[in-house]
Design a protein around this ligand. Structure first.
Ligand code: ADP
Ligand code: MG
Length: 247
């Protein structure tokens, strides 16, 4: 097996309050993984810690068998919607061109072939006719497609997406899933934070169930078992029962 991500003894806390506790796992390249777990389980924190966007208290992380600093250009990240400043004045094409910076370098002006490549990536997500629009003017689904185009422009090996399907239309969701599956079939590794359990079995090869600790990692059928799921969602049960009772 060729490891895509190896995490050993990972601990993360915010101002002394623990968000991730003793996380250990290794996942293989060429598969699509879902990270599931209740609100506040540390799903976003796990992605950010893996990408060293936040400091960790402890732990060793290897991506594609290397430390992040040696492989950063090969990792694409699409943050959770509310982590993005949508009022930032930038148009669609320039947003996608940002994805070419690992090749271009931050201080150089993009050349025609960078623009052409970015445009091609926009075509791939069906958004080429919007290339001059400001990103803030687009719908949620369109914005998510632009961020996927930016990840494609980066020619990454590992794609990390945080709740990409939240607040988007069905067409955008289907298109994004199809592109991610195509990337997976080309041998890329895809990691998606996801909370809609109903689609988990059709979207992912394997699941990681998180609630501060890694509760289970394995095939969809291994993870979506009631006794396993209960361990993560237990604290939400009174709320779920109350909702059911209210119907
Ligand atoms: P999830 O993505 O699974 O909903 P998060 O990783 O966002 O969970 O959050 C995990 C825990 O860490 C939560 O209790 C959350 O309130 C806390 N947390 C997340 N980000 C911060 C932050 N920037 N500062 C302080 N606490 C945070
Ligand atoms: Mg989150």
């Amino acid at each position: 097996m060729k490891p895509a991500i190896t995490v050993k003894d990972l601990y993360v806390s915010y101002h002394g309050s623990e968000a991730l506790h003793n996380i250990n796992f290794s996942i293989e390249q060429g598969k699509m993984y879902g990270i599931i777990g209740p609100n506040g389980a540390g799903k976003s924190t796990l992605l950010k810690a893996i990408l060293e966007l936040i400091p960790r208290d402890k732990g060793e992380i290897h991506l594609l068998e290397k430390p992040l600093r040696e492989i950063r250009k090969k990792i694409a990240y699409v943050p959770q919607r509310n982590d993005i400043d949508w009022t930032f004045p930038i148009n669609v094409l320039d947003t996608v061109i940002l994805g070419t910076y690992p090749e271009l370098g931050l201080l150089r002006r993009p050349k025609k072939h960078h623009k052409d490549w970015a445009f091609h990536c926009l075509e791939k997500v069906g958004m080429e006719s919007f290339y001059k629009r400001q990103i803030g003017e687009l719908s949620g689904g369109q914005q998510q497609r632009i961020f996927l185009a930016r990840a494609l422009a980066q020619k990454a090996e590992l794609f990390c997406l945080d709740e990409p399907f939240v607040g988007i239309d069905v067409t955008s969701e289907e298109m994004i899933v199809a592109i991610l599956q195509e990337l997976r079939n080309l041998g890329k590794t895809i990691l998606v934070v996801h909370h809609d359990l109903s689609k988990a079995d059709s979207y992912f090869n394997e699941l990681m169930l998180l609630n501060k600790e890694l509760i289970q990692i394995g095939s969809v059928s291994e993870v979506l078992k009631p006794d396993v799921m209960m361990k993560a969602y237990e604290s939400q049960l009174p709320f779920l029962q109350m909702k059911r009772g209210a119907i």
